[in-house]
Design a binder for this molecule. Structure first.
Ligand SMILES: [Zn+2]
Length: 221
Protein backbone atom coordinates (compact mmCIF):
# COMPACT_ATOMS: atom_id res chain seq x y z
CA UNK A 1 0.00 0.00 0.00
CA UNK A 2 2.69 2.45 1.06
CA UNK A 3 4.85 1.40 -1.85
CA UNK A 4 1.97 1.97 -4.31
CA UNK A 5 1.35 5.42 -2.86
CA UNK A 6 5.03 6.28 -3.01
CA UNK A 7 5.20 5.10 -6.62
CA UNK A 8 2.13 7.17 -7.56
CA UNK A 9 3.66 10.23 -5.91
CA UNK A 10 6.94 9.65 -7.70
CA UNK A 11 5.10 9.49 -11.05
CA UNK A 12 3.61 12.94 -10.39
CA UNK A 13 6.92 14.53 -9.35
CA UNK A 14 9.03 12.67 -11.93
CA UNK A 15 6.73 11.52 -14.75
CA UNK A 16 8.27 8.53 -16.56
CA UNK A 17 9.92 9.47 -19.85
CA UNK A 18 11.59 7.66 -22.72
CA UNK A 19 15.38 7.83 -22.03
CA UNK A 20 16.11 8.75 -25.65
CA UNK A 21 13.50 11.29 -26.86
CA UNK A 22 11.93 12.23 -23.47
CA UNK A 23 8.37 11.48 -24.63
CA UNK A 24 6.06 10.48 -21.73
CA UNK A 25 5.82 6.69 -21.24
CA UNK A 26 3.67 4.42 -19.05
CA UNK A 27 6.28 3.29 -16.51
CA UNK A 28 9.73 4.13 -15.17
CA UNK A 29 12.41 2.43 -17.25
CA UNK A 30 10.18 2.10 -20.34
CA UNK A 31 11.03 3.30 -23.86
CA UNK A 32 8.53 4.89 -26.23
CA UNK A 33 7.26 2.75 -29.13
CA UNK A 34 9.13 4.78 -31.75
CA UNK A 35 12.56 4.52 -30.11
CA UNK A 36 11.95 0.85 -29.25
CA UNK A 37 10.98 -0.04 -32.83
CA UNK A 38 14.32 1.31 -34.05
CA UNK A 39 16.45 -1.04 -31.95
CA UNK A 40 14.65 -4.17 -30.72
CA UNK A 41 15.86 -7.15 -32.79
CA UNK A 42 15.82 -10.43 -30.84
CA UNK A 43 17.81 -13.14 -32.59
CA UNK A 44 20.35 -15.94 -32.18
CA UNK A 45 23.73 -15.37 -33.84
CA UNK A 46 24.83 -17.98 -36.35
CA UNK A 47 27.64 -19.90 -34.53
CA UNK A 48 29.38 -20.95 -37.77
CA UNK A 49 29.40 -17.42 -39.15
CA UNK A 50 31.06 -16.17 -35.97
CA UNK A 51 33.53 -19.07 -35.65
CA UNK A 52 32.19 -20.01 -32.23
CA UNK A 53 33.74 -23.19 -30.87
CA UNK A 54 33.37 -23.02 -27.10
CA UNK A 55 30.32 -20.73 -27.22
CA UNK A 56 27.35 -22.99 -28.03
CA UNK A 57 24.83 -20.27 -28.89
CA UNK A 58 24.30 -16.56 -28.43
CA UNK A 59 21.05 -14.63 -28.03
CA UNK A 60 21.09 -10.90 -28.87
CA UNK A 61 18.24 -8.57 -27.88
CA UNK A 62 18.86 -5.22 -29.66
CA UNK A 63 20.82 -3.62 -32.43
CA UNK A 64 23.84 -1.69 -31.17
CA UNK A 65 22.63 1.59 -32.59
CA UNK A 66 20.58 4.71 -31.78
CA UNK A 67 19.50 5.04 -28.16
CA UNK A 68 21.12 1.79 -26.96
CA UNK A 69 24.48 2.91 -28.30
CA UNK A 70 24.20 6.26 -26.55
CA UNK A 71 23.00 4.87 -23.21
CA UNK A 72 25.73 2.22 -23.12
CA UNK A 73 28.37 4.78 -24.02
CA UNK A 74 27.20 7.09 -21.22
CA UNK A 75 27.15 4.20 -18.73
CA UNK A 76 30.74 3.36 -19.60
CA UNK A 77 32.32 6.75 -19.97
CA UNK A 78 30.04 9.26 -18.22
CA UNK A 79 29.13 7.44 -15.01
CA UNK A 80 25.47 7.25 -16.10
CA UNK A 81 24.51 4.27 -13.91
CA UNK A 82 20.93 5.53 -13.94
CA UNK A 83 20.45 4.07 -17.42
CA UNK A 84 20.69 0.49 -16.10
CA UNK A 85 16.94 0.43 -15.42
CA UNK A 86 16.17 1.41 -19.04
CA UNK A 87 18.47 -1.30 -20.37
CA UNK A 88 16.93 -3.90 -18.04
CA UNK A 89 13.56 -2.92 -19.43
CA UNK A 90 14.84 -3.88 -22.91
CA UNK A 91 15.86 -7.35 -21.64
CA UNK A 92 12.32 -7.82 -20.32
CA UNK A 93 10.76 -6.46 -23.51
CA UNK A 94 12.83 -8.95 -25.55
CA UNK A 95 11.68 -11.83 -23.27
CA UNK A 96 15.32 -12.65 -22.57
CA UNK A 97 14.42 -14.30 -19.25
CA UNK A 98 13.34 -17.42 -21.17
CA UNK A 99 16.94 -18.63 -21.49
CA UNK A 100 17.64 -18.31 -17.76
CA UNK A 101 15.30 -21.17 -16.83
CA UNK A 102 17.42 -24.04 -18.12
CA UNK A 103 20.83 -22.70 -17.03
CA UNK A 104 22.61 -23.34 -13.73
CA UNK A 105 24.63 -20.13 -13.44
CA UNK A 106 24.79 -16.64 -14.97
CA UNK A 107 28.23 -15.05 -15.26
CA UNK A 108 29.05 -11.54 -16.59
CA UNK A 109 31.96 -10.83 -18.94
CA UNK A 110 34.42 -9.26 -16.46
CA UNK A 111 36.40 -6.02 -16.64
CA UNK A 112 40.08 -5.92 -15.69
CA UNK A 113 40.81 -4.82 -12.11
CA UNK A 114 42.25 -1.52 -13.43
CA UNK A 115 39.22 -0.71 -15.58
CA UNK A 116 36.87 -1.63 -12.74
CA UNK A 117 38.66 0.73 -10.40
CA UNK A 118 38.63 3.52 -12.96
CA UNK A 119 34.90 3.16 -13.75
CA UNK A 120 33.76 2.15 -10.27
CA UNK A 121 31.44 -0.57 -11.60
CA UNK A 122 31.08 -3.16 -14.34
CA UNK A 123 28.26 -1.85 -16.55
CA UNK A 124 27.33 -5.41 -17.57
CA UNK A 125 26.81 -6.31 -13.91
CA UNK A 126 24.75 -3.15 -13.34
CA UNK A 127 22.49 -4.04 -16.26
CA UNK A 128 22.07 -7.78 -15.68
CA UNK A 129 22.48 -8.56 -11.97
CA UNK A 130 19.18 -7.26 -10.53
CA UNK A 131 17.26 -8.48 -13.56
CA UNK A 132 18.78 -11.97 -13.11
CA UNK A 133 18.04 -12.01 -9.37
CA UNK A 134 14.43 -11.16 -10.20
CA UNK A 135 14.03 -13.81 -12.89
CA UNK A 136 16.44 -16.54 -11.75
CA UNK A 137 17.25 -16.00 -8.08
CA UNK A 138 20.52 -17.42 -6.83
CA UNK A 139 22.05 -18.12 -10.26
CA UNK A 140 24.16 -14.95 -10.59
CA UNK A 141 27.92 -15.48 -10.05
CA UNK A 142 30.13 -12.45 -10.55
CA UNK A 143 33.13 -13.95 -8.78
CA UNK A 144 34.31 -16.93 -10.83
CA UNK A 145 35.57 -15.43 -14.10
CA UNK A 146 38.26 -12.71 -14.18
CA UNK A 147 40.03 -10.66 -16.85
CA UNK A 148 43.71 -11.30 -16.17
CA UNK A 149 45.10 -8.33 -18.04
CA UNK A 150 44.04 -5.11 -19.66
CA UNK A 151 42.92 -5.49 -23.27
CA UNK A 152 42.46 -2.76 -25.86
CA UNK A 153 38.85 -1.98 -26.85
CA UNK A 154 38.06 -4.57 -29.55
CA UNK A 155 36.44 -2.00 -31.88
CA UNK A 156 39.79 -0.21 -32.26
CA UNK A 157 41.39 -3.25 -33.91
CA UNK A 158 41.17 -5.33 -37.08
CA UNK A 159 40.14 -8.99 -36.81
CA UNK A 160 43.67 -10.44 -36.56
CA UNK A 161 44.62 -7.99 -33.83
CA UNK A 162 41.34 -8.64 -32.03
CA UNK A 163 42.15 -12.33 -31.79
CA UNK A 164 45.62 -11.64 -30.43
CA UNK A 165 44.33 -8.96 -28.06
CA UNK A 166 41.80 -11.23 -26.37
CA UNK A 167 43.61 -14.60 -26.44
CA UNK A 168 44.12 -15.98 -22.93
CA UNK A 169 42.75 -12.80 -21.33
CA UNK A 170 40.26 -14.63 -19.08
CA UNK A 171 40.70 -17.10 -16.24
CA UNK A 172 38.42 -19.06 -13.93
CA UNK A 173 39.14 -18.55 -10.22
CA UNK A 174 36.87 -21.29 -8.85
CA UNK A 175 36.55 -24.23 -11.26
CA UNK A 176 34.61 -26.29 -8.70
CA UNK A 177 31.68 -23.87 -9.00
CA UNK A 178 31.27 -24.24 -12.77
CA UNK A 179 32.20 -27.91 -13.40
CA UNK A 180 29.50 -29.68 -15.45
CA UNK A 181 27.28 -26.59 -15.42
CA UNK A 182 25.22 -24.87 -18.13
CA UNK A 183 26.26 -21.22 -17.99
CA UNK A 184 24.66 -18.09 -19.40
CA UNK A 185 27.43 -15.61 -20.20
CA UNK A 186 26.14 -12.03 -20.14
CA UNK A 187 27.61 -9.01 -21.92
CA UNK A 188 26.45 -5.54 -22.94
CA UNK A 189 27.67 -5.71 -26.56
CA UNK A 190 28.67 -8.50 -28.94
CA UNK A 191 30.30 -7.54 -32.24
CA UNK A 192 32.75 -10.10 -33.60
CA UNK A 193 31.93 -12.44 -30.68
CA UNK A 194 35.64 -12.97 -29.94
CA UNK A 195 35.39 -11.71 -26.35
CA UNK A 196 32.52 -14.05 -25.53
CA UNK A 197 34.29 -16.90 -27.29
CA UNK A 198 37.46 -16.27 -25.21
CA UNK A 199 35.37 -16.33 -22.00
CA UNK A 200 33.60 -19.49 -23.13
CA UNK A 201 36.95 -21.15 -23.85
CA UNK A 202 38.22 -20.36 -20.33
CA UNK A 203 34.98 -21.66 -18.80
CA UNK A 204 34.96 -24.90 -20.83
CA UNK A 205 38.65 -25.51 -20.14
CA UNK A 206 37.71 -25.44 -16.45
CA UNK A 207 34.92 -27.97 -16.94
CA UNK A 208 31.74 -26.02 -17.85
CA UNK A 209 29.35 -28.18 -19.92
CA UNK A 210 27.48 -25.64 -22.05
CA UNK A 211 27.78 -21.88 -22.66
CA UNK A 212 24.87 -19.75 -23.86
CA UNK A 213 25.76 -16.13 -24.63
CA UNK A 214 23.26 -13.37 -23.79
CA UNK A 215 24.11 -9.94 -25.20
CA UNK A 216 21.96 -6.87 -24.70
CA UNK A 217 23.08 -5.51 -28.08
CA UNK A 218 24.94 -6.67 -31.14
CA UNK A 219 26.23 -5.77 -34.58
CA UNK A 220 27.36 -2.32 -35.74
CA UNK A 221 30.41 -0.51 -34.46
ZN1 LIG B 1 11.58 7.68 -27.42
Amino acid sequence: MLRALWSALLDIVYPPKCPVCRRPVAAHGAWCDVCLAGILAVRYLNPAGHHFKALDECLVICEYTGGVKRLLHDMKYRQAERYAVHLQWLLAEGRAEGILESCDLIIPVPLSAGRLQERGYNQTERIFKDWCEKNAAGKWRGDVLVRRRETLPQWELDLARRRKNIKGAFAVTRPEVIRGKHIVLADDIVTSGLTMEACAQALKKSGAAKITGLALSGGGQ
